[in-house]
Design a protein around this ligand. Structure first.
Ligand code: CBF
Length: 834
C-alpha cells in the first residue's frame, strides 16, 4: 500500500534500484554522491578516511536495498525466524567483507583506482567493530554470515556498546595497558539508527505475584530507560538474503531535566540520562570469567527485554494464538548471558497476555535453546538473589515459581533425595543465595548443546548429569563450532583462495567447503606444491612487514612461523609456550654457530589481550615481552630465533597472522577449552596444529589425519589424578623445566622478582593447569615439528591436506545443523523478482 500515487512510487522505486548498477562508472557516481552530499566535501578534500566512508556508504545503500527486500519478503511469507541472542558480536571490519559477499569487489577496486585511491589503503583505515572478547563473539559473527548465505531468516540481537573491547598498548616494561576504544568516533557506516522503534525498559519497582503464584502478577513503579535499536545488515555470499543484527543503545527517557536546570542543579539536569547511557557504555572485557557486577546484570536484562519486546510486537501482527509463538520464533541463547529472557517471556505471556502458566511454560521451552560454551567453574554465571530482587523483583518471583515446579517434579521421581534437589535447584543456598543461570537455561530450553564433541560430553557428564537423568539424553546434544570461509579464507588469504579456485576450476568451495577435498589429489604434485608454498611465503612476508612496522623488529623472513594468538588465560597455557621458547634459547646458546645454522629458524608470534583485572595473565604478557627483548637483542641468536608479541590483537590482525603461520599452538589443559575456533582458521589456511587433545582439536585431527598434526600431553581423564598428585606434593619436576625457571630467576629476562607470582603457579601443590606435567611432551612435539619441517615437500603436502580436509568445520555446516536439529527452520530463497 503506497501513500499517494502508486505509479509514482513504483517508478521511483525502480529508478532507485537502477541507480545501484554495478559497472565501474555507476559505482563511482554512487561514491561521489556520498562524497558530495553525505560528507559535504569537494574532491580536493578527500583523504583515505573520507574515501572509505563514502565508499562504505555506497556499499551500505546496496545492503539496505537487499535488507529491505529480505525483510519485506520474510514478513509477507510469514516465515519462521531465528533470533541469535549474543551479548557479543565480534564483527571486525565490514567493508571488504561486504564487497566480496555482494560480488562487487572487482569493480570497486577499479573504481577506486580511477578516483586515485588504492583499495588496500582504503580497507586499512576502517576500524574494527570490536563488540566482543574472543571466540564466543566471533562465532556469533560467523553464524550470522552463514545464516544469510544459506538463506535462513535470522536476526542477531546484541548491545551497541559505545566502547568495544579495549585497545591494548604494551608499555616500555612489557606490561599491558588498556585504553578505551571509542569505535564510534568516526561514525559507523554499517548501522542504521531506528530512533522511532525505541522501547521502554523498566528496572526496580514493586512486584506482586499472581494468585497461587501462577496467576498474572504485577510490576509497578521503578525506573524506565529507553532502548534505541541500531540495525547492522549482514549480507550473504552471492545471495540477496540480508539478515540483521539489531544492537540496542541505552538512553534516558528524559535527556535533559529543564526544571532541575532552572533550579540551578546543572548536574542533576543530565544525571538520569547519563545513568541510563551507562548501561551500554562499555563491553565487559572478561572472557570465561564471571564477576557478578550489577551493571552487567542490568545490561543483560536491558538487552533481552528490548529484544523480546521487538519479537513479540512482530508476532502480535500475525494475529495467531500465542501457542503458535514457537512455530514462528526460535531463540538461541548464546551462553547463559541472555538467560533472563526465560523469565521475561514468562512475564510477558502470563502477566501481559493472560496466558495460563503451564501453557506459557510450554511456549517458552519450545522457543528457547541454549548453547554452553565453557565448563570452567569460574565462568558459570550466578547472580545474587538480593541483587536480582532489587533490580527485577517480578522476575525473581517467576524464577522461584519455575524452581518450585521443577523441584516438586524431581521429588516425585526421586523421593527424599535432598542432595539431588540441592544440586538441581535454580537457587544455590548460601550467603547470599545465588540464582544459577545455567540450570535455568537448561530447564527453560528444549535443547542444550556444547560446541565440540568432547565438550558436549563433559557438559553432560560433569556439568549437568542430574539434568540428563531428569530431562533425558535427547535434551542434550553437540554442534561442533565452525567458521566462515568467506572471511577466513577468501577474504584474508586472497592468493591462496585464487589458487584453490583455479585448481578446482570453480569457486563453489566458498559456499560448499567440502569441495576443498578436491585438493588432495594435488597434494604431492610438485608444480602445485610450488605455487602453494609461494602463497605461504607471500603471506609470511606480509606478516614480517607488519612486525617490522609495529615493533621495529627485523626478522628472518624464511623462519618457521609459530603462532599462538588468543585471549591470554592460564588454561590456554601461553605460559608453557614462552617457557618452551626460553628452553630453545638456552639450547641455542649452548650450540656452536655451525650447529645453530643447521636448526630450523623460528619466529614465535604471540598476541592476545588479558582481562584488565587478571593479574597472572598480565604477568604472562610481561614475561613474553621480557623474553622477546632479551632474545631479539642477542646478535648470536637473531637468525635462529626471534619472538614477537604483537599488541592489540583483533579480527583484522588475525586476518594478517593466520595465513602466514606454519604452526599454530592450541595447547590448553585437556578438558578446559570448549572448542576453539582459531584452530579451524589456521588449519583451513594450511597452518599445521600443535595441540593437546582438547576441544575441537580432536575432531580436526580426525578430519585432517594424525600425520598432519602435532599432538602431545595428557588426556582429560588423567587430569583429576594429576591435580591430586600436585596437591599432595607427589610430583617430580622435569630438569628441563627447572632449568628454564632458574634462567628466569637469574635475571636473564630482566628483574627476576617480578615473575615470582607467575612462577609460583607451577609449584607448591598448585600447577592447576598442569604445565609441569605436559612440558616434556610439549618439547618433544616441538622437536617433531623441527624435524618434519626440514623435509619441505612432505611438509607442504601436509599443509595442502590440512586445508583440503577442513570442509566439516564450515560455519555453514554448523548453522544447518542448528537449523535442522534445534530451530526446525528451513532455508527460503528470495525470488529474483521479489
Ligand atoms: O564456542 C565459541 C568459543 O567460546 C569461548 O571462547 C567462550 O567464551 N566460552 C570458548 O572458550 C571457546 O573454546 C569456544 O570456541
Amino acid at each position: 500500500i503506497f501513500p499517494g500515487d502508486a505509479k509514482a512510487w513504483k517508478s521511483a522505486i525502480a529508478k532507485n534500484a537502477e541507480s545501484l548498477k554495478t559497472d565501474v562508472d555507476s559505482i563511482n557516481a554512487q561514491i561521489v554522491h556520498h562524497v558530495e552530499t553525505t560528507l559535504a566535501r569537494a574532491a580536493f578534500n578527500v583523504d583515505e578516511m573520507a574515501m572509505y566512508q563514502a565508499a562504505a556508504l555506497s556499499v551500505r545503500d546496496r545492503l539496505i536495498h537487499n535488507w529491505d527486500v529480505t525483510q519485506t519478503f520474510h514478513t509477507q511469507a510469514r516465515t519462521k525466524r531465528v533470533y541469535y541472542f549474543s551479548l557479543e558480536y565480534l564483527l571486525g571490519r565490514g567493508y571488504d567483507n561486504a564487497l566480496l559477499n555482494l560480488g562487487v569487489r572487482q569493480p570497486y577496486n577499479e573504481g577506486l583506482k580511477g578516483l586515485g585511491f588504492n583499495m588496500e589503503d582504503v580497507i586499512d583505515v576502517e576500524r574494527d567493530m570490536g563488540l566482543g572478547n574472543g571466540g564466543l563473539g566471533r562465532l556469533a559473527a560467523c553464524y550470522l554470515d552463514s545464516t544469510s548465505t544459506l538463506d535462513i531468516p535470522c536476526w542477531g540481537y546484541t548491545l551497541r556498546y559505545s566502547q568495544g573491547i579495549f585497545k591494548q598498548i604494551i608499555d616500555s616494561s612489557g606490561n599491558q595497558v588498556e585504553v578505551p576504544d571509542p569505535w564510534l568516533e568516526n561514525q559507523n557506516p554499517w548501522e542504521i539508527p531506528r530512533l522511532d522503534n525505541a522501547v521502554e525498559i523498566k528496572f526496580h519497582g514493586e512486584a506482586t505475584p499472581g494468585e497461587g503464584g501462577k496467576g498474572p502478577g504485577t510490576w509497578t513503579g521503578g525506573l524506565d530507560v529507553l532502548a534505541v535499536p541500531y540495525d547492522i545488515p549482514v549480507p550473504g555470499y552471492k545471495t540477496q538474503t540480508t539478515n540483521n543484527i539489531r544492537a540496542w543503545s541505552a538512553r534516558g527517557k528524559v535527556s535533559f531535566d529543564l526544571a532541575k536546570f532552572n533550579a540551578g542543579d546543572y548536574d542533576a539536569a543530565v544525571r538520569e540520562a547519563e545513568e541510563a547511557e551507562t548501561i551500554t557504555r562499555v563491553l565487559y572485557p572478561n572472557e570465561n570469567f564471571d564477576k557478578g557486577k550489577a551493571l552487567r546484570l542490568k545490561q543483560q536484562y536491558f538487552w533481552v527485554a528490548a529484544s523480546l519486546h521487538d519479537i513479540c510486537r512482530r508476532f502480535r501482527k500475525l494475529r495467531v494464538p500465542w501457542s503458535e509463538f514457537p512455530d514462528y520464533n526460535a531463540i538461541q541463547l548464546n551462553d547463559t548471558h541472555p538467560t533472563l529472557a526465560i523469565p521475561e517471556l514468562m512475564r510477558i505471556l502470563v502477566d501481559e497476555e493472560g496466558q495460563p502458566w503451564d501453557e506459557a511454560w510450554e511456549i517458552v521451552r519450545r522457543t528457547f535453546s541454549y548453547t554452553n560454551h565453557t565448563v570452567l567453574s569460574e565462568a558459570l554465571e550466578k547472580w545474587s538473589v538480593p541483587l536480582v530482587e532489587w533490580l527485577l523483583p517480578r522476575h525473581l518471583q517467576i524464577i522461584y515459581e519455575i524452581n518450585l515446579d521443577m523441584l516438586k517434579d524431581v521429588e516425585k521421581k526421586w523421593p527424599n533425595d535432598r542432595a539431588r534437589l540441592a544440586r538441581m535447584s535454580l537457587i544455590e543456598e548460601g550467603y547470599p543465595k545465588m540464582v544459577r543461570m545455567a540450570n535455568l537455561a537448561v530447564v527453560g530450553s528444549h535443547r542444550v548443546n556444547g560446541v565440540a564433541a568432547l565438550h558436549s560430553h563433559l557438559v553432560q557428564q560433569d556439568l549437568f548429569p542430574d539434568f540428563v537423568e531428569y530431562l533425558g539424553r535427547d535434551h542434550f546434544g553437540n554442534v561442533t563450532n565452525g567458521v566462515t570461509a568467506r572471511r577466513w579464507l577468501l577474504q584474508c588469504n586472497p592468493s591462496l583462495a585464487k589458487l584453490i579456485t583455479d585448481t578446482l576450476g570453480s569457486d563453489e568451495w566458498v559456499v560448499n567447503l567440502d569441495k576443498l577435498e578436491g585438493l588432495t589429489k594435488y597434494a604431492k604434485d610438485k608444480a602445485f606444491q610450488k605455487k602453494w608454498a609461494a602463497c605461504k611465503q607471500a603471506n609470511r612476508e606480509r606478516l614480517c612487514d607488519y612486525i617490522e612496522a609495529t615493533l621495529g623488529l627485523t626478522v628472518n623472513r624464511h623462519a618457521l612461523i609459530d603462532v599462538q594468538v588468543k585471549r591470554i588465560h592460564e588454561y590456554k597455557r601461553q605460559f608453557m609456550n614462552i617457557l618452551g621458547v626460553i628452553f630453545r634459547y638456552l639450547q641455542l646458546k649452548k650450540m656452536s654457530p655451525a650447529d645453530r645454522k643447521r636448526l630450523v629458524p623460528r619466529l614465535s608470534v604471540f598476541a592476545g589481550k588479558a582481562a584488565p583485572g587478571y593479574y597472572i595473565a598480565k604477568l604472562i604478557i610481561r614475561l613474553c615481552n621480557a623474553v622477546s627483548k632479551t632474545i631479539n637483542a642477542d646478535k648470536d641468536i637473531r637468525e635462529s630465533l626471534s619472538v614477537a608479541f604483537l599488541p592489540d590483537y583483533s579480527v583484522s590482525l588475525a586476518e594478517i597472522i593466520i595465513p602466514a603461520s606454519d604452526i599454530s599452538e592450541h595447547i590448553s589443559t585437556a578438558g578446559t577449552e570448549a572448542s576453539g575456533t582459531s584452530n579451524m582458521k589456521f588449519a583451513l589456511n594450511g597452518g599445521l596444529l600443535l595441540g593437546t587433545l582438547d576441544g575441537a582439536n580432536i575432531e580436526i585431527a580426525e578430519a585432517v589425519g594424525d600425520e598432519n598434526v602435532f599432538f602431545f600431553g595428557h588426556v582429560t581423564p588423567d587430569v583429576p589424578k594429576l591435580r591430586r598428585a600436585h596437591h599432595f606434593g607427589e610430583v617430580q619436576y622435569p630438569a628441563e623445566l627447572l632449568e628454564v625457571v632458574d634462567a628466569i630467576r637469574s635475571g636473564m629476562f630482566g628483574e627476576a622478582g617480578v615473575f615470582e607470582p607467575l612462577l609460583g603457579t607451577l609449584f607448591e601443590g598448585k600447577d592447576h593447569y598442569l604445565v609441569s606435567d605436559d612440558f616434556l611432551s610439549y618439547l618433544q612435539a616441538q622437536k617433531m615439528v623441527d624435524e618434519a619441517y626440514v623435509d619441505q615437500p612432505s611438509w607442504v603436502e601436509k599443509t595442502i591436506n590440512s586445508t583440503a580436509r577442513m570442509g566439516r568445520f564450515a560455519s555453514d555446516r554448523a548453522v544447518l545443523q542448528y537449523a535442522e536439529e534445534i530451530w526446525n527452520i528451513e532455508p527460503i530463497k528470495i525470488p529474483q523478482d521479489a
